[in-house]
Design a protein around this ligand. Structure first.
Ligand code: OAD
Length: 308
């Protein structure tokens, strides 16, 4: 993707913001750092902290969000989840900037990779939580389909307990006892054959657990992501990438789906070298968006109070 050097200054960023009517925002963990939520890959981020603490039995910190690892040891994730569960955080000026774009009716969509639901708290409605969120939790048995609001497992999360699906999870009976009585016990059914029991024993530890609807590594994004890209590419006139290292596909490939002529504005603390942006504003996102607003004569909406 060749970029012509037609835009390159803060003045150009201001002019683009003034004229654009269909803005796609792609945001990541960097926009919630000032709210007190660490990002993933910075030196004080979640991954470095996990490795430094060495509390969890992980060969690679990304395993904390890996579906296969979760299925083998769900207790590991639930001993950690309380640390990232959305609680008393207030949206940052950058969240409020995105809300302001929506209020000005120029936000086509906010594709966020964040799971902290601060977009919802900021009142942004044209948002797609590409990596899901804690708003709901679902049974890991794909044939079960049981789903609850995230608040229903909040107590388990803070007690660092694995929440089980009430519909399909029941622990296998102790073998010796069940055999001695000539039938199985424990909520499956009384006609269990040895092969049923063997199948049950072969199930991973994470089977029948209520897992928050966060997209883990090894899981697919919702089809809505593809549908939105398909729709938005027709009319987008500016892409703003903010607070993300863009290391995780398919979200990292978003700009490849947008028309090549659409300008890309990057606002990030560190450069993102593997993408071709037209303007890079490097620094603290909150400081940058507040400066842009000042130049544009725009006022950020007030910080909301309370949690969603
Ligand atoms: P990363 O931690 O990979 O990247 C955050 C980016 O934000 C870095 O480039 C930082 O330099 C930048 N940053 C940090 N603080 C900032 C600030 N105050 N102002 C501006 N920029 C700042 O986080 P993401 O790119 O969001 O996925 O990570 C993407 C995905 O990787 C996450 O959704 C998560 C993770 O594995 C899953 O868990 C599935």
């Amino acid at each position: 993707r060749e970029k012509l050097p037609q835009y390159n200054s803060v003045d150009d960023a201001v002019a683009l913001l003034r004229r654009s009517r269909r803005i796609v925002v792609l945001s990541g963990a960097g926009i919630s750092v000032s709210c007190g939520i660490p990002d993933f890959r910075s030196k004080d981020g979640i991954y470095a902290t996990l490795m430094r603490e060495g509390k969890y039995d992980l060969a690679d910190p990304q395993e904390m969000f890996d579906k296969e690892y979760f299925m083998s040891d769900p207790a590991c994730f639930f001993s950690f989840a309380h640390r990232i569960f959305p609680s008393n955080f207030t949206p940052s000026p950058t969240h409020r900037f995105i809300k302001l774009l929506e209020e000005r009716d120029v936000l086509l969509r906010d594709y966020t990779q964040n799971i902290d639901t601060l977009e919802q708290q900021a009142g942004i409605t044209r948002v797609l939580n590409c990596h899901g969120s804690f708003a709901e939790a679902s049974c890991t048995n794909p044939l079960c389909g049981y789903s609850v609001a995230g608040s229903a497992i909040k107590e388990d999360i803070f007690a660092q307990r694995v929440p089980y699906c009430p519909r399909c999870h029941a622990p296998a009976p102790p073998k010796a006892k069940a055999k001695a009585k000539g039938k199985s016990k424990g909520g499956w059914n009384d006609n269990d054959s040895d092969s049923d029991e063997a199948e049950r024993d072969a199930r991973p530890a994470g089977w029948g657990v209520l897992k928050p609807d966060i997209v883990f590594f090894g899981e697919k994004l919702s089809d809505k992501f593809d549908r939105c890209l398909f729709e938005d590419r027709e009319s987008v006139d500016l892409v703003i990438i903010v607070g993300t290292a863009l290391k995780v596909a398919p979200v990292s490939e978003l700009i490849g789906h947008m028309p090549h002529s659409v300008p890309v504005l990057l606002i990030n603390r560190t450069p993102v070298l593997h993408i071709q942006s037209d303007i890079q504003l490097l620094g603290d996102a909150d400081v940058i968006v507040q400066y842009l607003c000042q130049r544009l004569g725009w006022t950020l909406p007030a910080a909301p109070t309370g949690t969603v």
